[in-house]
Design a protein around this ligand. Structure first.
Ligand SMILES: Nc1ncnc2c1ncn2[C@@H]1O[C@H](COP(=O)(O)OP(=O)(O)O)[C@@H](O)[C@H]1O
Ligand SMILES: [Mg+2]
Length: 323
């Protein structure tokens, strides 16, 4: 815990009868991207709101940069930046004007705010559009500007709530590059996302939350290895099922599932190679139509942990709103 840049202990948040957070224990080391994953309503946004002092916890503790969010919210605010889903940019002002206003609100002073706005626009390649009204920006540019606005005070800790939801692939990758750069410079980023590829690409650690609790944690590779690889075999006819099943069972140490002429088994501890599977099936005399091994994706991990797929309805909604 001494090394953590932030942690929560038995964190709770109730909205009337709804327990949004139900004893969340989170430990985030410094200088990493920590990805918070979970189905809709799991408590991700609530966690970010509490850590960024926008909402007070109902119970438990949350500490950011050494300061308790309930006792020292002012100190916490000095070290954090937040890019939320509801951008607060003013469409009728230019990007530069927006940033200057935010800078002054962040107490950078008029000159400091102007200098920092110019610096950030240039650094994150929005200089050319700095004097355009934000109302004319594309969804990707807006989101980038929102991120820049959260960087005005060079935060040590940055909270990003679904920073790329609804963005096209190119804009998404631009945001990823920005996040990587910030972390390389020493920032710590806690982000939520609906895109599992995003945490696969960015996060060194993933925390999966469901019903307001942490249910799994690890690097993307560690989480995937817990699921194991899926081996799929299709036999020529049912006559060959029994021998193929017994080969797969002895190779993986697990009981395969049979559906018609298809046999499926998850290999977790012992993962045989494809040539090895083919050789053994051959030797058993089983006639095979198809063999395949599928590496698990984070989607598989998510599904197996939460019983749900990542919500895609919402991302479509946002996409329309952004378009
Ligand atoms: N201001 C609020 N008032 C009432 N209920 C809320 C409020 N904010 C969140 N909730 C509820 O808390 C739970 C967690 O919400 P949230 O943290 O937004 O989840 P996520 O970001 O993981 O989708 C949900 O059941 C949600 O409906
Ligand atoms: Mg949310």
């Amino acid at each position: 815990m001494e090394n953590a840049i932030m942690h929560t202990k038995d964190l709770r948040k109730h909205f009337g009868d709804v327990a949004a957070l139900n004893g969340l224990d989170l430990v985030v080391p410094p200088h990493v991207v920590y990805g918070l994953l979970g189905p809709n309503g799991a408590g991700k946004s609530t966690t970010l709101k509490i850590l960024s002092t926008l909402t007070r916890p109902s119970g438990g503790q949350a500490v950011v940069g050494g300061f308790d969010v309930a006792r020292d919210p002012g100190e916490v605010r000095k070290v954090i930046g937040l890019a939320g889903q509801d951008a607060t940019l003013d469409d009728k002002l230019t990007a530069r004007e927006n940033l200057r206003i935010f800078g002054r609100l962040s107490r950078l002073g008029a000159r400091g705010a102007r200098r920092r706005a110019d610096e950030l626009l240039e650094r994150f390649s929005l200089d050319h559009a700095g004097n355009r009204l934000v109302g004319t920006y594309s969804g990707g540019m807006r989101r980038r500007l929102d991120l820049i606005a959260s960087l005005l005070r060079a935060p040590k800790v940055l909270f990003l709530d679904e920073p790329t939801t609804g963005l096209d692939v190119r804009s998404r990758m631009e945001i990823w590059d920005t996040v990587r750069e910030l972390v390389a410079e020493g920032a710590t980023v806690l982000l939520t996302t609906q895109y599992l590829e995003e945490v696969d690409q960015l996060a060194s650690t993933v925390g999966v939350i469901d019903h307001g609790q942490l249910i799994a944690e690890g690097s993307p590779a560690q989480l995937k290895s817990r699921i194991g690889s899926h081996i799929d075999v299709v036999v020529e006819s049912s006559d060959h099922l029994a021998s193929a099943v017994s080969v797969l069972e002895s190779l993986t140490g697990r009981r395969p599932e049979v559906d018609g002429s298809r046999i499926t088994v998850a290999a977790v501890d012992a993962v045989p190679s494809l040539p090895q599977i083919v050789r053994e099936l051959d030797a058993s005399g089983a006639a095979i139509r198809d063999v395949g091994i599928r590496q698990p994706s984070l989607d598989d991990v998510f599904l197996s942990l939460t019983g749900k797929t990542v919500d895609s309805e919402k991302s479509l909604e946002v996409q329309e709103a952004v378009a």
